[in-house]
Design a protein around this ligand. Structure first.
Ligand code: ZN
Length: 279
């Protein structure tokens, strides 16, 4: 009994002394002031400024709330939106494709989404899509519609890491709220339709994000990782332009459902996830 208490105390103090690293996953469609497709071009200078401002506000909030380090992944369209010249001086910038694990194996303390949009087919979701608006019609995980939010939150959960903050439109916030109700949310715009929104100013969005990031650090121990237990099925319905070729090679554990839909099965989330990323 005494040994168990000792062990718990050791673990708790190791956690308290351990470096707290927050991993920010960025996107463009959920940024305040971004509402048109042309603005999501990675070279669009106004979008870059708007997104960078929101990221830097989140970094500020995390650091002032007790984080030791913040890693920012340029996760929008080919990782060519962010620059080391303008990213928060104390953050580190992760550039490029990161594979199925998205560097989560590095052992982050928590994950945050900045500039996030809702999953495909969300009503009133600004440019809502799941990974690829041109390539994917919809995705289902264990029969439920999902997008980047649900799958990446489950991936973090696989590593025992919670998602503590999301900034984006209200559709994105409600996607995360459904699975992590205790996270912090910064809703910076209201989607009216796919290409119509009512947005906060950049200044107000940054202020809100900074405050929520600080708040998320303060309640970090109360936010549970989102873990999916048991076997997992991920079904991807591709768009007509991405209809499968007749000789499409499938990873083991996957099956063709119809001309443009593949179902990937795994004994657990990770196996299904890796298989679904193989195409
Ligand atoms: Zn996205």
């Amino acid at each position: 009994m005494r040994l168990t208490i000792l062990l718990i105390l050791c673990l708790a103090s190791a956690w308290a002394q351990g470096k707290k690293t927050i991993f920010i996953i960025t996107d463009a469609e959920g940024v305040a002031g971004v509402c048109r497709q042309d603005q999501t071009d990675p070279k669009d200078s106004e979008m870059r400024q708007l997104l960078t401002g929101e990221i830097n506000a989140a970094v500020d909030g995390f650091l002032s709330g007790g984080a030791d380090e913040v890693v920012v992944w340029d996760a929008h369209d080919g990782s060519q939106t962010l620059s080391a010249l303008t990213i928060h001086p104390k953050a580190r910038l992760l550039m490029g494709a990161t594979g199925a694990a998205m560097t989560m194996e590095r052992g982050y303390t928590a994950v945050a989404f900045i500039g996030q949009h809702g999953r495909a087919n969300s009503r009133g979701g600004v440019m809502a899509h799941s990974y690829s608006s041109l390539g994917i019609q919809k995705m289902l995980m264990n029969g439920k519609p999902v997008g980047e939010i649900e799958t990446r939150t489950a991936l973090a959960g696989w590593y025992g890491v919670p998602v503590i903050l999301l900034s984006g439109d209200q559709a994105a916030a409600s996607d995360l709220r459904a699975i992590v109700p205790t996270a912090e949310f910064a809703v910076v715009k209201e989607g009216l339709s796919y290409y119509a929104c009512l947005s906060m100013s950049a200044a107000s969005a940054r202020e809100l994000i900074r405050e929520r990031a600080r708040g998320a650090m303060q309640k970090i121990s109360q936010i549970r990782p989102y873990k999916i237990e048991g076997p997992v099925t991920i079904e991807v319905e591709y768009t007509t332009r991405s209809t499968l070729r007749p000789d499409a090679e499938l990873a083991p554990g996957s099956e063709i459902v119809d001309a443009r839909t593949i179902r990937y099965r795994g004994k657990d989330f990770m196996e299904a996830w890796v298989r679904s990323r193989s195409r």
